[in-house]
Design a protein around this ligand. Structure first.
Ligand code: GDP
Ligand code: MG
Length: 171
């Protein structure tokens, strides 16, 4: 039997945007309120995507690494989830610099990427409009998902990870 493909995914974004909550939601279909924000973890996960078993290694970064550590994580990964928090404009403004660093580290390859605006359940304190996320994703030529690690309506969290796997496999 053919060995199932393996993809290495890293999750980036400012501390507090919900990276750990999203990863745990994806892996366990549950929401857990608090994680140690300084913790960095990797997980292995298998999923059936388009009738193929894909093994993922997922790195949940802490979001407070220095530049050398960030670059190391970027060299390691095949695909990247960049997360911002729709209630934190500063986290949205950190997306473009992260993307630039990724491009630089991975050049001349182009970088499989998805953009995730998290905490969509907190619409009443939103600071970043859905169209702004869509526009940024269009500029970066990547898929965009607004989702909530705690509500996860429509399974958008898994969809974002699966789409990223597809994107990696297409390259
Ligand atoms: P990380 O630093 O990016 O890993 O962020 P965490 O996963 O530790 O989450 C930071 C905080 O945001 C925690 O208090 C979480 O409970 C909260 N949080 C994460 N995702 C969501 C979400 O989708 N909705 C809401 N309301 N809170 C969230
Ligand atoms: Mg975390």
């Amino acid at each position: 039997m053919a060995k199932s493909p393996e993809v290495k995914l890293a999750v980036f974004g400012r501390a507090g945007v919900g990276k750990s909550a999203l990863v745990v939601r994806f892996l366990t279909r549950r929401f857990i309120w608090e994680y140690d924000p300084t913790l960095e973890s990797t997980y292995r996960h298998q999923a059936n995507i388009d009738d193929e078993v894909v093994t993922m290694e997922i790195l949940d970064t802490a979001g407070q690494e220095d530049i050398q550590q960030k670059e190391g994580h970027m060299r390691w990964g095949d695909g990247f989830v960049i997360v911002y928090d729709i209630t934190d404009r500063g986290s949205f403004e950190e997306v473009a610099p992260l993307r630039s660093l990724l491009e630089e580290v991975k050049k001349p390859k182009n970088v499989p990427l998805v953009l995730v605006g998290n905490k969509s359940d907190l619409d009443h304190i939103r600071q970043v409009g859905t169209e702004e996320g869509e526009r940024l994703a269009a500029e970066m030529a990547c898929a965009f998902y607004e989702c909530s690690a705690c509500a996860n309506e429509g399974g958008a969290v898994a969809e974002a990870f699966h789409e990223l796997c597809r994107e990696v496999r297409r390259r």
